[in-house]
Design a protein around this ligand. Structure first.
Ligand code: PA5
Length: 348
């Protein structure tokens, strides 16, 4: 028996760590993240910005890179891995972001940045990264602790905008940020547990995933959200998902739909007002061709007007979808036992 998503007491029984409250507070968390003090980096007008991060912390870098793609004339690169890429040389600003501060890939990126004498800003709650920042006198953004990294996106992301602005790079203006925050306020009301399924987009999408594997496709801007939906579904609902981006998937993955078995895959198409007419035509053609094989095809429109609102709004909707998908499976979205076990195995 799957849970009735409109049953508040059933939600409370499974959601033992009150993730629904953390998600409901996301707009407030973003406002807090925006107000956080950002130490000015010593390098001004960097020739490149590298965000070194993993998992939930790296998502903040993806959002920055997605916002920057059409507005910033220097590369913004998200580095997921050990060390640093060869292209990170003099004039590159490194932002090392790890919510726990103990992620070994990020610690190794900082060690390598120091070896190359690059400017580093650290974003963390504590851990080894905070220790390193203290020892080496690195500028540090201090984050509040107590959350799971993927649920601290507002704390992690907004200081990145502050670091970029302090380094002299373009960043969203006050009006764009205000509109994004207002969009999140509106979504918090529309997607929270108190809004019943017939009016709640996140609950409706979660229901589509009861028996079907989600294939989440975005465009040039919404692909960032598509990937984040996939990782939230994995970590929160313990559910596999595919994520891809148009136009690329129309040159390869589309073929798999011709052989998708037993209507076992549901397509979630993340559409964005900025995608342009060529991409819109491609979404329509993809939809027509895959619909006969799909368990369901659902289009999701990025809410809000400005680029920041559309990016954050889609990601926020995905967080709620993963929460309700977890509830339908009777899964507590908070713990991540396999990630923890792997970190324990690798601990020095
Ligand atoms: O969401 C999570 O808990 C993970 O994806 C972590 O973010 C990831 O393991 C990296 O840890 P941290 O964000 O603390 O650097």
């Amino acid at each position: 028996m799957r849970m009735d998503l409109d049953d508040a007491s059933a939600l409370a029984r499974v959601d033992a760590h009150a993730v629904r409250e953390v998600l409901g507070d996301f707009p407030a968390q973003c406002r807090q993240g925006r107000a956080v003090a950002v130490p000015p980096p010593r390098v001004k007008s960097p020739r490149m910005l590298v965000v070194a991060a993993m998992g939930g912390s790296a998502a903040s870098g993806d959002l920055l890179a997605a916002w920057a793609a059409e507005q910033v004339d220097v590369p913004v690169l998200v580095h997921r891995g050990y060390g640093l890429p060869a292209t990170a040389t003099a004039g590159t600003l490194i932002v090392a972001s790890s919510y726990s501060g103990d992620t070994e890939e990020v610690v190794s990126a900082v060690t390598e940045a120091l070896r190359r004498r690059l400017e580093v800003v650290v974003v963390t709650t504590g851990g080894r990264l905070a220790g390193l920042a203290g020892e080496r006198g690195l500028p540090r953004v201090v984050l509040p602790g107590g959350l799971m990294p993927r649920m601290a996106l507002g704390h992690l992301f907004f200081p990145l905008l502050g670091v970029a602005a302090a380094a002299g790079l373009p960043a969203p203006g006050a009006a764009e940020v205000e509109e994004a925050l207002a969009t999140l306020d509106d979504l918090a009301a529309r997607l929270g547990p108190a809004t019943p399924t017939p009016d709640n987009e996140a609950k409706q999408i979660a229901l589509l995933l009861d028996e079907a594997l989600p294939a989440i496709y975005g465009g040039p801007s919404s692909q960032t959200a598509a990937y984040r939906w996939k990782t939230d579904l994995a970590e929160n609902a313990k559910l596999f998902a595919l994520a891809g981006a148009l136009p690329e998937v129309t040159h390869n993955e589309i073929e798999a739909w011709g052989h998708a078995g037993q209507r076992s895959v549901a397509a979630l198409l993340l559409r964005d007002a900025g995608e342009g007419p060529a991409l819109a035509r491609r979404f329509e053609a993809l939809r027509a061709l895959i619909a006969p094989a799909a368990a369901a095809v659902r289009e999701v429109r990025a809410p809000g007007h400005g680029r920041l609102a559309r990016l954050l709004g889609l990601v926020y909707l995905g967080q709620w979808v993963s929460f309700y998908a977890a509830m339908r499976r009777g899964v507590d979205p908070w713990p991540i036992p396999l990630i923890d076990a792997l970190k324990r195995r690798l601990a020095p």
